[in-house]
Design a protein around this ligand. Structure first.
Ligand code: GL2
Length: 852
């Protein structure tokens, strides 16, 4: 312990010997100490769980030193800082990531071995921190990793939900949700800051008073319900740097202010119940992806979180700069991850005007310089709107401020476009409808200096569709693009250590510096004709497929042969992501194979001339109230039951649904795929990020011309990706045609529908809505238009995969498929989240990395 780096107060600098990370003795000493003191156990009674806890506490000790030093350094340098406000941080497990970023994996592994443990088993003990739904939450997690790794001063702010996204079980083919109480054992990565308590108010009323000093009228918000926000901090270590930022997640706690009126009236139960209600604010994550449900508790969560965060930010600013508000926007940038934190704009304006006494215009000038907003979807069901009645009851003063913001904004619009009442109606923050509501995206745009989409196609689309009128009002320069990215630390080094090591070897880069300079992957291109290299590459993929096959066996009891093509689609289940298109194509394949067999064609001949062997692997959660998504899950499972138990089929085709898809499972599934599906209706998937993860791990993509697929194609070359389907620009016209001329069901799709309707996959009534939605109700997601194109794309790709049987000397497979895999990885450098963070820093936040 004496070796731990300690703050040298005399010099104001630090010593940097983190013994536990580099020396076995120091690690073991700390491990034993934590077993005996922190856990109150002994080494004879230390199972894998205790080993996980002792190891994580040991790493945490080291992490905290970097973290404290970073905070000190950031405070001393006093540069501009960015705050990333996100209602979701889908972090997954922390331990392996910390070991990699702190460069202490080898030392920890060998120390644990000496102590009688296996690192992999110990890592398995950690529950996933699943405080997010899907891509949006995982993006936030990648961004905080990059902020630290690229030496920026950047904090995340979110909520410390006690229940993360639900756990999914599959029972008789149906999704069953069970609560994810992930904090069953205390969370070693969390530092409770019980001393940081911020009161947050709700309800009450507003009255006008006069400032005794200035005599000016001022608004007072009073008489509501009060809840405390208590901080929990999570250190975020950077890779190959000491820079360790903070992720602050709030817990809701009751105040100690007891309701004595109720108590005296003898209603003790009631007053305790009110206290308990406080904690419900941060108890559960809303399980919707790309959908807003408009529940009061959700709005409470949003305000609770932004209010606590803003007061914290302002307090920190005042410590260094007092009331020098002119400096505020030079010191602080706040990024709004989607519209969920939009009330932050209103809250900061309230703090400035009501609490700090700034003039409205001055305050608004600062506010709009500080905020920037990222849009993540064009789909209307995901655009947030809050009924004016609800918002006004919960936050009466905020509603007034929203009206004032809107009045000023509309006055400006009127000046610029006199008499255009329709335009005023369309851009207004208030929607005059039933119910009358606040449009959060409009408010976010009006209160921000920049608005960005998350892939080029998406950023162009928002300018011509949902935000068209705002481009007219503000000009196009306010709207920009930052294409999403992923952190290569977790999604290459951690998920695929063998491939990462081979790349390090070939790049002559023993310290894995390419992981913070991902463009250097390009150098892999020089090995693309080296057969020895291609064989090694292929055999790593094979090992990863064996790992995935084991996961499938453990979780579903289905055996898949690792030599067949692994065709994967894992992501949230959503009609727009079109898992139904995929499973319909699987059904078609099954029917065709059966037909060929019945005509006397042998299995061998089918493999040679028609269909190569493959396993279709699905995974993903459906929102609990999303009937159609649940129907799709049911169909996939029922198709699996039939196909997998058909003795004629053997390994020609398997259909698997991996239950409870999460970050940890993604770390196994992603490196184990040969092919992955990113097949959303063109124009609906804003970016997608799993497409990037698969391509970075040498899996090929079958995809539509949508989201980031477009830029992936540009980077890796169209010969290395299988694109198909109608383009975004045709979607409107096709939908229109469906409604006025009817939907055309091709012969192939008709066969699939009649198989489903025949009852071979169980009661056809269960799938009625799914099929009728396509046949009779306009086929909104264009399944009928893209089905045959999807089948054709498969025919093409099967020729490329070759007749691979796990044989490394199969040169056909090597030269066709594996080469594409290498070229794809070599050109994925652009999709590092480090690049995103640099773009945000330069174009939106105006911040520089800290000097180290
Ligand atoms: C999403 C988009 O659907 C997805 O395409 C995008 O990659 C991510 C991150 O930008 O954001 N929008 C959204 O609401 N969710 C997403 O995953 N949940």
């Amino acid at each position: 312990y004496s070796q731990l780096k300690v703050l040298d107060s005399n010099k104001g600098t630090t010593q940097t010997n983190q013994g536990v990370l580099t020396s076995k003795d120091a690690f073991e000493e700390s491990f034993v100490r934590h077993v005996e003191t922190t856990l109150a156990r002994n080494m004879y009674n230390c199972d894998n769980l205790a080993a996980y806890q002792a190891t994580s506490n040991t790493i945490r000790d080291a992490l905290l030193i970097d973290w404290a030093n970073t905070q000190q350094k950031q405070t001393i340098q006093d540069g501009k800082r960015v705050y990333y406000l996100s209602l979701e941080f889908l972090m997954g497990r922390a331990m392996d990531n910390a070991l990699i970023n702190l460069n202490s994996r080898d030392n920890t592994k060998s120390s644990l071995t000496e102590l009688g443990f296996n690192l992999e088993d110990v890592l398995e003990q950690e529950p996933d921190a699943a405080l997010g739904n899907g891509g949006l939450g995982r993006l936030a997690a990648c961004f905080v990793d990059s902020l630290s790794s690229k030496n920026y001063s950047g904090w995340g702010y979110g909520l410390n939900y006690q229940y993360g996204i639900f756990k999914q079980k599959i029972v008789d083919g149906y999704q069953i949700e069970t609560p994810d109480y992930w904090l069953k054992y205390s969370n070693p990565w969390e530092i409770m800051r019980n001393e940081i308590q911020i009161p947050v108010d709700f309800y009450g009323y507003v009255y006008e008073d006069h400032d005794p000093n200035t005599g000016k009228a001022k608004k007072i918000w009073a008489g509501g319900e009060r809840v405390l926000a208590v901080a929990a901090d999570f250190p975020i270590p950077g890779f190959n740097t000491d820079n360790t930022n903070n992720l602050r997640l709030w817990n809701a706690k009751p105040t100690n202010e007891f309701d004595f009126t109720k108590f005296n009236a003898g209603d003790y139960q009631q007053s305790v119940a009110a206290q308990q209600r406080a904690e419900s604010i941060t108890s559960v994550l809303y399980p919707n992806d790309n959908f807003e449900s408009g529940k009061e508790l959700r709005l409470k969560q949003q305000y609770f979180w932004v209010s606590a965060s803003l007061h914290d930010i302002v307090r920190r600013f005042k410590k260094n700069h007092k009331n020098n508000w002119n400096k505020f926007a030079d010191q602080i940038a706040i990024q709004l991850n989607d519209t969920h934190p939009t009330l932050a704009i209103v809250e900061l304006q309230r703090i400035f005007v009501d609490l700090e006494g700034l003039e409205w215009d001055k305050a608004w000038e600062i506010v709009t310089k500080v905020f920037a907003y990222t849009n993540h979807t064009v789909m209307s069901e995901a655009l947030e709107k809050w009924p004016v009645d609800l918002l006004g009851r919960l936050l009466p003063r905020h509603l007034e401020i929203i009206y004032d913001i809107n009045f000023n904004f509309l006055s400006d619009v009127e000046k610029k476009f006199p008499g255009d009442r329709d335009l005023l109606g369309r851009v207004s923050v208030i929607e005059e409808n039933h119910p009358k509501s606040v449009r959060m995206a409009s408010l976010a745009i009006v209160g921000s200096h920049k608005v960005n989409g998350v892939a080029e196609l998406h950023s162009e689309l928002i300018k011509t569709t949902i935000f068209k009128d705002f481009v007219k009002v503000f000009g196009k320069d306010k709207f920009t693009n930052v294409t999403n990215g992923i952190t290569p630390r977790r999604w290459l080094r951690q998920a695929n250590p063998k491939l990462a090591a081979l790349i390090a070897e070939k790049l002559n880069d023993p310290n894995y510096e390419y992981l913070t300079n991902l463009g250097s992957l390009k150098k892999l291109e020089q090995f693309v004709n080296d057969d020895e290299f291609l064989k090694r590459w292929d055999s790593i993929k094979f090992d990863n497929k064996v790992k995935l096959a084991n996961l499938i066996k453990e979780t579903t009891n289905i055996e898949v042969d690792p030599t067949v093509l692994f065709d994967v689609q894992v992501k949230r289940i959503h009609e727009y992501k079109r898992q139904q298109l995929n499973i319909f194509a699987v059904i078609y394949r099954y029917l065709r194979i059966k037909e060929l067999l019945s005509q006397g064609v042998s299995v061998e001949e089918i493999k040679l001339k028609h269909y190569i062997s493959k396993a279709s692997i699905f995974g993903g959660k459906a929102a609990p109230g999303y009937y159609m998504a649940k129907t799709i899950i049911h169909l996939i499972n029922k198709v699996g039951d039939v196909v997998n138990n058909d003795p004629e089929i053997g390994n020609l085709l398997k259909v698997v649904f991996v239950p409870d898809y999460n970050v940890s499972k993604a770390e196994i599934i992603t490196p184990g795929s040969d092919l992955s599906n990113h097949i959303s209706t063109a124009g609906t998937e804003a970016s997608g990020t799993s497409n990037m993860k698969f391509a970075l791990n040498g899996g090929l993509i079958i995809g539509t011309v949508d989201g980031a697929n477009v830029e992936i194609t540009r980077e890796i070359g169209e010969e290395n990706i299988f694109l198909f389907g109608n383009l975004a620009e045709s979607v409107e016209e096709l939908r229109h045609k469906h409604i006025f001329e009817g939907v055309h069901i091709s012969e192939t799709l008709a066969k699939v529908f009649s198989a489903i309707e025949s009852g071979i996959f169980g009661n056809p009534d269960e799938y009625r809505a799914l099929i009728d939605g396509i046949r009779y109700h306009g086929d909104y997601y264009l399944v009928s238009d893209d089905f045959d194109l999807f089948l054709q794309a498969h025919t093409k790709l099967e020729k490329v995969f070759g007749h691979h049987g796990g044989d490394a000397n199969d040169t056909d497979h090597l030269h066709k498929w594996v080469k594409k895999s290498v070229l794809s990885v070599a050109n994925m450098g652009f999709f590092s989240s480090d690049r995103c963070i640099d773009e945000y820093a330069e174009d939106i936040w105006n911040i520089e990395p800290l000097s180290q």
